[in-house]
Design a protein around this ligand. Structure first.
Ligand code: NAP
Length: 251
């Protein structure tokens, strides 16, 4: 079994127990990254670890709930003490939340969507920005959704959380554009065959969809040291880097 060395790039992937995060974690590990795999479901993380080891890679499993902010801070300290840096951060974990009119959304479920989709990603930036800055080429990718741009009826909590995520990541990219080697981008995966997609579109035949494994090689390219774009959205359905735009009021 391979173990990590100082030459490995260190990559942290959230939501690595299944779906898109799992495929990204495996792809990064196969390409030689030491993967720090975060999610709540220990069994899913252990299955990922088996597959990474079978491919000759290495991983550290971190079963935790991302709504536990002090746990994110502790993880930052542990990674700092062990490696002194982080090379790749993939903020992928997310929840769909309720699909219902805004006025009918249970406040507890609203809070959960915001805590996972926004607050946890901010806490990750807060804890890991100093470590990304220690990397010769720190790369951060956060997973958004086309829903952020559609204002579609009944998708309120999810769409609001992803729109906020986009503004946060673009702001983070701007803060680093000229002051560090950190580059931060958004990823729009489009419709992929996962549990979340099945929850959102229960009537859909999942076999018509692309898979997280189809997407993963493109994420490997996004986090490569030679990839220097920042503050953009990589749109997997069109294979294009998009400049996010918001209509501005007349000055
Ligand atoms: P998924 O299969 O439901 O996986 C979600 C992942 O997030 C799981 O690994 C889950 O792990 C983790 N997670 C959720 N809540 C967590 C918490 N409180 N603490 C720690 N981990 C948590 O969904 P997916 O489709 O792969 O989605 C991944 C990302 O892609 C999400 O941000 C989603 O919004 C985005 N996206 C997906 C699609 C699509 O078509 N699939 C389209 C656009 C955007 P545990 O349950 O083990 O904690």
């Amino acid at each position: 079994m391979a173990t990590e060395t100082m030459d490995n790039r260190i990559a942290l992937v959230t939501g690595a127990s299944r779906g898109i995060g799992r495929a990204i974690a495996l792809e990064l590990a196969k390409a030689g990254h030491h993967v720090i795999a975060v999610a709540r479901t220990q069994g899913g993380l252990e299955e990922l670890d088996d597959e990474i080891q079978a491919a000759g890679g290495s991983a550290t499993l971190v079963p935790m709930d991302l709504t536990d902010s002090p746990a994110i801070d502790r993880l930052g300290l542990t990674v700092y003490e062990r490696y002194g840096r982080l090379d790749v951060l993939v903020g992928n974990a997310g929840v769909l939340g309720p699909l219902s009119p805004l006025g009918h959304v249970d406040p507890k479920r609203w809070d959960e969507v915001m805590r996972v989709n926004i607050d946890a990603n901010w806490r990750l930036i807060r804890s890991f920005d100093p470590l990304l800055r220690q990397s010769p080429a720190g790369r951060a990718v956060f997973v958004t959704s086309g829903a952020a741009h559609k204002c579609r009826a009944y998708w309120g909590p999810y769409a609001v959380s992803k729109a906020a995520l986009e503004v946060m990541v673009r702001t983070y990219a701007a803060e680093n554009a000229t002051t560090s080697n950190v580059r931060a981008n958004l990823l729009n995966p489009g419709a992929l065959r996962t549990r979340m997609r099945a929850q959102a579109m229960p009537g859909e035949d999942p076999m018509i969809l692309k898979t997280p494994e189809d997407l993963a090689p493109f994420v490997l390219e996004m986090v490569a040291p030679e990839q220097s774009r920042t503050g953009l959205i990589y749109d997997f359905p069109t294979d294009e880097w998009l400049v996010p735009q918001m209509p501005l009021p007349e000055e």
